[in-house]
Design a protein around this ligand. Structure first.
Ligand code: NA7
Length: 603
């Protein structure tokens, strides 16, 4: 193992990942004067936007899909309401020019392990190339979709054409024009590549298991002058996004569905449909994601809208079935532009995998159970991700008891606030499991969590605290909150990545906090205000060289529990100031006793 570059060894903070969240952390920690560096596996900034397949674009509305820092939005002009990955890539280059990000990023540096060292209270972080960093704090900003999932299709390695998973699409792109293209999967990635490739390929074969309840994107070019004029509203728009459930500037319709007349419902849906994007789901009636009957009404509206665009009755039934396969919104509704028109083309085949599943991949294409071999030049695997947990569990992260995060989460996820884990001291993660993540606008969630982490570490520095970790009780409590809110929603009725059901063997449970961004913010701010309730700290005093008193968090937990038993309850966190005061009070008391003793002797 070699030592890394000078200065990396004993960092204050190591951030993993250089997408929105990693860059935001770097920027905030730098401002406070911390030594901070990012390790990034790719060769450039952008995280999930570093590369993209044809048609890949964001489905959050302009202007909220960017960082809210005025020094960034003041001068940047976006071209499209829903930017493509290329425009987002350009945005990250612009962010670098503005904030000088890259000087503090080690690219092509994939973190493979992170072990907490109790002797020094630092993380020992190892990269694929054998570099080692020893940061005090580890902030994992790997995104919620960084571990791709490829089903174990028999014979996949035999295919002689070109085959890529959408998450690993080559930057130099792949020629699809006049090719026979097959796409497995109709999630967001499948929908986007199908509508992009459809008009140019020789033949398109779509292998569908579940139809996507897509929403009209209503994409448009943005006018630069208008955009400049609207910037006066941006501070309010960004602040407002943190006050809403979804992290957007719009909210739920404040009424249950059946309390509205059919006319009110119809006109409201028409209005949302015309606005496009997530307006239809985010601003729908406030019970549609909880109440099955209400959801069915929403589905019927959606189905009838979509069917009008599809010519063939068989295609209509496959793409927008009479009976919904699951409640609308229980799987992520993707945004589309010309998705259904593609299925009206004569050169497009839709294979219903429920009727005839994939038997195997052959050297020429895909053989389905009905005995048909679909010959292909290019096979696209739009089969998704081990979302929310996979980004962390694929790294060998081990805390104070030597247990890895993958082992800890094998039978269910335990975190505190979707940012920390008991027995994994000084480790934070952003935009991941048990946070509002997949039910929020990305940058909004990233900033809310990022600010909390920065403030927490600042609090520790100001109070002479070196180590923080949540208690197992706090973790259990947060898990309860996530489960209670999650199981109330209809998301559990679908086999989706929202609940881990897309990965064979993964524990199925709500993986996001579905109580809303605004409520989440209120909770985490309250915990900080109450002195980081549910967390324990270790003060610097335990860390001085030569002192034998250096308890690990597990021992410290036991000591605190013991103190609580003898009546010193209420000790949740060791505060440095309190410690120092107690230390000097102790000296004073001993001096007083000695003086008293001598005074008595000398009498
Ligand atoms: P998704 O949304 O997880 O979609 C994956 C698709 O792949 C989905 O249609 C699956 O069908 C299909 N799939 C998965 N395994 C198989 C097998 N074995 N056979 C056939 N079809 C299969 O991933 P995306 O990349 O589209 O989107 C991920 C999210 O990341 C996206 O929402 C953005 O927010 C970012 P299923 O629905 O399970 O029947």
């Amino acid at each position: 193992m070699s030592e890394p570059l000078d200065g990396i060894g004993e960092l204050d903070v190591l951030v993993v990942g250089a997408g929105f969240s990693g860059i935001y952390q770097l920027y905030q920690f730098r401002k406070l004067g911390y030594s901070v560096r990012i390790f990034e596996a790719a060769s450039d900034l952008g995280g999930v936007w570093f590369n993209g397949y044809p048609g890949c674009r964001v489905d959050s509305d302009h202007p909220l899909y960017q960082l809210s820092l005025p020094e960034l939005w003041e001068d940047f002009i976006w071209k499209e309401r829903y930017p493509s990955w290329r425009e987002l890539y350009d945005y990250f280059q612009y962010v670098d020019r503005k904030l000088d990000v890259k000087k503090d990023v080690s690219f092509n540096t994939r973190v493979v392990a992170a072990h907490f060292d109790q002797k020094t209270d630092r993380w020992i972080v190892t990269t694929e190339d054998g570099l080692i960093a020893r940061p005090r704090f580890l902030v994992l900003c790997v995104g919620f979709a960084s571990k791709s999932y490829t089903p174990a299709f028999k014979g996949l390695e035999r295919f002689e054409g070109i085959c890529h998973h959408t998450a690993h699409w080559p930057r130099e792109d792949v020629e699809l024009t006049n090719k026979r293209v097959g796409v497995i999967g109709t999630g967001a990635s499948g929908v986007q590549i199908i509508q992009e490739a459809g008009p140019k390929v020789a033949h398109l074969t779509v292998f569908q298991r579940t139809p996507n309840m897509t929403l009209p994107m209503r994409q448009k070019d943005l006018d630069a002058t208008l955009q400049e004029q609207q910037k006066v509203l941006y501070p309010s728009i960004f602040r407002r996004s943190k006050q809403t459930g979804g992290g957007f500037s719009f909210e739920r319709y404040p009424k249950p569905l059946f309390s509205a007349t059919p006319e009110e419902r119809f006109l409201h849906w028409e209005d949302l449909w015309a606005q496009g994007g997530f307006h239809f789901t985010v601003s729908n009636f406030n019970d549609y994601s909880m109440n099955e009957d209400a959801n069915r009404e929403v589905y019927n509206f959606w189905r009838d809208k979509v069917r009008k665009r599809i010519h063939d009755p068989r295609m209509q039934e496959l793409l927008a079935p009479t009976i919904p396969p699951h409640p609308l919104g229980a799987k992520r509704c993707s945004l589309e532009q010309s998705y259904y028109e593609v299925f009206n083309q004569p050169n497009v085949t839709l294979v219903d995998l429920n009727e005839t599943d994939i038997s195997e991949v052959t050297c020429k294409g895909i053989l389905t159970k009905d005995g048909i071999e679909h010959e292909l030049d290019v096979l696209v695997l739009a089969t998704g991700f081990d979302s929310l947990t996979g980004g962390l569990t694929q790294i060998d992260i081990r805390g104070v008891d030597g247990v890895s995060i993958a082992e800890k989460w094998a039978n269910g996820v335990y975190t505190n606030l979707g940012m920390t884990c008991a027995n994994f001291p000084n480790m934070f993660f952003i935009y991941g499991v048990q946070a509002p993540t997949a039910f929020s606008n990305g940058p909004t969630c990233i900033e809310i969590q990022g600010d909390w982490v920065v403030q927490c570490i600042k609090h520790m520095k100001e109070n002479g605290l070196t180590v923080i970790y949540p208690t197992p009780e706090a973790e259990a409590e947060w898990r309860g909150v996530v489960m209670n809110t999650g199981y109330r929603a209809l998301i559990n009725s679908a086999k989706s990545w929202y609940v881990g059901a897309n990965i064979p063997g993964k524990t199925i449970e709500p993986l996001n906090y579905t109580g809303g961004v605004n409520k989440y913010l209120e909770i985490i701010e309250g915990i900080a205000k109450r002195g980081y309730e549910g967390f324990q700290f270790k003060p610097i005093i335990f860390n001085r060289p030569g002192r034998s008193l250096n308890p690990d968090p597990v021992t410290l937990n036991k000591v605190l529990a013991g103190l609580a038993e003898i009546g010193m309850s209420g000790i949740k966190a060791i505060d440095f100031k309190v410690e120092v005061r107690a230390y000097f009070q102790g000296i004073f008391f001993r001096c007083y006793v000695k003086w008293h003793w001598w005074a008595n002797i000398c009498q």
